[in-house]
Design a protein around this ligand. Structure first.
Ligand SMILES: [Zn+2]
Length: 56
């Protein structure tokens, strides 16, 4: 299996969906955004904005 692709990978931290509040294991992208691991980059409603769970 290829490594370093956009999908999959090892979760580095947790992120909270800014839309629905669901917590996902996420990776930080090179752009500093949080990408949920094991999804296509968004939670189920299509929201792709994730924040640190410590933020609110
Ligand atoms: Zn959400």
């Amino acid at each position: 299996m290829a490594t370093g692709s956009d999908a999959g990978g090892i979760p580095e931290m947790f992120g909270k969906s800014a839309d629905c509040g669901t917590i996902y294991p996420v990776q930080a992208t090179d752009d500093g955004e949080l990408r949920p691991v094991g999804t296509d980059g968004a939670c189920s409603p299509g929201n792709d904005g994730f924040v640190s769970p410590a933020e609110r």
